[in-house]
Design a protein around this ligand. Sequence first.
Ligand SMILES: NC(=O)N[C@@H](CC(=O)O)C(=O)O
Ligand SMILES: [Zn+2]
Ligand SMILES: [Zn+2]
Length: 429
Amino acid sequence: MTQVLLKGARLYGEGEKVDVLVVDGTIAEIGAVAAAEGTEVVEAGGQVLLPGFVDLHTHLREPGREDTETVDSGSAAAALGGYTAVFAMANTDPVADNAVVVEHVWRRGRETGLVDVHPVGAVTVGLKGERLAEMGTMAKSAAGVRLFSDDGHCVSDPLLMRRALEYSTALGVVVAQHAEEPRLTVGAQAHEGERAARLGYAGWPSSAEEAIVARDCVLARHAGARLHICHVSATGTVDVLDWAKGLGVDVSAEVTPHHLLLTDERLATYDPINKVNPPLRAEADVERMRRALASGVLDCVATDHAPHAVQDKDCEWDAARPGMLGLQTALSIVVETMVRPGLLDWRGVARIMSERPAEIAGLPDQGRPLAVGEPANLVLVDPEAEWTVRGAELASVSANTPYEGMRLPAVVSATLLRGRITSREGKIG
Ligand SMILES: NC(=O)N[C@@H](CC(=O)O)C(=O)O
Ligand SMILES: [Zn+2]
Ligand SMILES: [Zn+2]
């Protein structure tokens, strides 16, 4: 029997301090609990207790680019960031478009044991957008794939997307779309607008995102399918989602921490650390992302944690790969952009970082209420503490954080996966 006692935590940051006793992976008691012999005690000191975070969008780079991230290093970053489950995107090498690769990633996650690693299956073979991958085989494999995405690429062929949505309904899984009409983003480098024009970047129009989201909502409606939209970045996309949800379309959407904080104002330095897909957009877009996340039109935050090697980032803009680290900074950015301005309370944080993503992916044991009998997937947050981001000190193999040197609010003090401490005071396990 393993026992952990969280002494003096505030559930969802509300009410009086309580003790939470965890026995064999389950919340056994909440109230005033004395520590029995052999119990590991975590002094919570009035800190905020939330259900462990769930990331629907992580790039772990294994197999193929272990020089930039591995299941081990990415799991460590996740545990330190307060996550108890992550979805590992399929754009690996080889691509996760078959049962062998998804089972490999799933098994590696289990071996590491710091966070539940759920492989995302590719929608199309080799992410080529030409023919459907064997979604059913991946869904029925040991990895039990629940989420399918060609992320990095858009499933732009409407017929293929329609078929994928139809299959997903039959299989009880979800297709997550990287919404980018490729005909509108040929050569695109930065959010299309006045700033890109002035700096001489080829423009990346918001309509490339909006058009695919609108099309896919229509397709999902006719297929009676669930649809998930990756990394929403544009104001117009929120309008489309609002419209579709109003019609009863079963669509959900995520926003990244960087699209809640950063704008294309950063591009003046030409530093590719700020290059990301979709691009950093305008102030008005950032404002809208925050409001839409608060109101629920955007369902959740997903990191799009995208590690890249130095040589793929520290080069000229056009040659650099898009993407930035996210797992260890996500909570702090959410606190900075949503909690501090009063747009979300801690219950809201639990909703967008744990409960909604768990629901969207259909994870029965994540995003659960903080209550007796529930699985102890938990994160303890110090809301008063601050920290300074140093890429070199993050657990990822890569260091491409856009927040280098920034002072951010809120620190993850402990993460528990089924009652086992996976991170504590910034250290693993
Ligand atoms: N977001 C990014 O800019 N890059 C992602 C791919 C993706 O999420 O589209 C990557 O795999 O590096
Ligand atoms: Zn993407
Ligand atoms: Zn991605």
